[in-house]
Design a protein around this ligand. Sequence first.
Ligand code: PGA
Length: 257
Amino acid sequence: MSSLRKKLIAGNWKMNKTAAEASALLKDIRIGVGKRNDVEVVVCPPFTALESSAVALEGSMVKLGAQNMHHEANGAFTGEISAPMLRSLFVTHVILGHSERRTLFGDTDKFVNQKVLSAIKNQLKPILCVGETLAERDAGTTLTVVKTQLEGGLEGVNKDTAATLVIAYEPVWAIGTGKVATTEQAQEVHAFIRGLLGKLFGDQTAQKIRILYGGSMKPANAGELLAQADIDGGLVGGASLEARSFLDLVAAAGTAV
Ligand code: PGA
């Protein structure tokens, strides 16, 4: 079944890299990725580096993503960026509902849902993030939390466009902490998410949707995670800021079955 889904490695640079630093890093990443097309590679620099990144990536296999956006096309939304603005910079993907946005900047499921719908309308591929905190895991509510975030974030998404969605399961306690979920913990939630996607969009579509793992993914732990039946790639923070570790993750995704 997993052969239906090309593995995807997405780098979430968060608030790191100036425009010039982004170009320098992407020069190495672009050379390292070369012409390989067995793995889909996406990098998500900060907004201020998108334009120089688009130039650095022109003609390469590496795709460009943003880390957030507003759902309106334009208007009085000081400090925000819209889907058409991202499209004009050759952005193809957008991370939505990252746990840092949810906890530090107040993104709710409803707000995330509006962004998901706007991204799809503007032909951007959403990378919708879901995941539980440590307190929620300890309380045994992981699956309930994930279900609420997933169903809330995907409300109103049309079955016909659902196959282009990317979901990222990111246990909050594993993000930037060096604490990675065990393969069993991750696979359990990924399989659960695929089941929910099946209920929402039908099994055939659910089999096409990539579900990424995120949270301290590193070359040393990636092989085992990526070998799981429902883990279709990674959303990578720390290890995406350096060409060697990011390229090692791309290579690990290429060899994972
Ligand atoms: P990390 O971040 O790889 O540094 O844990 C992942 C993320 O937040 O997307």
